[in-house]
Write a protein that binds this ligand. Structure first.
Ligand code: URA
Length: 238
């Protein structure tokens, strides 16, 4: 069996790891079954001097949409446009549905309860939230947190989401929940049929999984999502 562990687990690039965390890590390595192979994963890690050639294009896109009026959501109570967050050079991109109340207030995607759960999932993957990119199909809050209408998601994905993807060019996309799956892959796809399998989205490997808001209502499915995240990690390490 080959288990791929990520490079950032290594203390010399995570100087703030405590002695305890390191001890736990070495204990983990020692406990692995016979045949375990430790493979350093070469996922790029954001550091203050990592060159970031994609950021200016992302900034430009964000600037263009800050007062977007392209769909009805512009006049349905949004307080601001909520653009994606994270690293422009990320290899992993999470795509959710649309901002909720907290996201609309704070101007960042996935910062409410569902966002906190997504942060826990990312931490459990032993990834750093600063090294991934997190965005939504629609960038404005739908009233009463309803799902975006086809016209809204259609407009927003053409104007923004597809451009974000093409700038970042992630190695793996993880679509969170039904709205993201339908927006990216087509209305005919039911999450129950496609969850957990890699599909092709314009040449990008895309893994559909449950939305963290669904997991808050159905905590038993966290295990399923964890299995999906292991597939994401394996794909990143390929
Ligand atoms: N749900 C989403 O799909 N996106 C967010 O940003 C927050 C909750």
């Amino acid at each position: 069996m080959v288990i791929k562990r990520k490079f950032s687990e290594h203390y010399h690039i995570m100087p703030n790891r405590t002695k305890n965390q390191l001890n736990n890590y070495f204990t983990f390595l020692k406990k692995q079954p016979k045949g375990f192979v430790y493979v350093e994963n070469e996922l790029p890690i954001k550091t203050p001097d990592t060159p970031c050639s994609k950021q200016p294009r992302l900034d430009e896109l964000k600037k263009q949409c800050h007062n977007c009026q392209a769909c009805p959501l512009a006049s349905q109570g949004r307080s601001q446009v909520v653009f994606g967050r994270g690293w422009a050079e990320a290899q992993l991109m999470f795509i959710g549905e649309g901002p909720g109340r907290d996201e609309d207030r704070l101007g960042k995607p996935f910062v409410g309860r569902a966002g906190q759960l997504l942060s826990k999932i990312i931490a459990a993957m032993e990834l750093d939230e600063d090294n991934v990119y997190i965005t939504n199909v629609v960038k404005c809050r739908p009233p009463n947190n309803r799902a975006p209408l086809p016209q809204e998601s259609g407009t927003c994905k053409d104007l923004l989401l597809f451009k974000e993807i093409d700038i970042i060019q992630p190695k793996v996309i993880c679509a969170l929940g039904s709205t993201a799956i339908k927006a990216l892959l087509g209305d005919h796809l039911a999450i129950s049929k496609v969850r957990g399998q890699f599909l092709d989205f314009r040449g990008y490997p895309l893994l559909p999984t449950y939305h963290p808001a669904y997991l808050l209502r159905n905590p038993a499915e966290k295990r399923t999502v964890w299995e999906d995240m292991k597939k994401v990690l394996a794909k990143l390490a390929e």
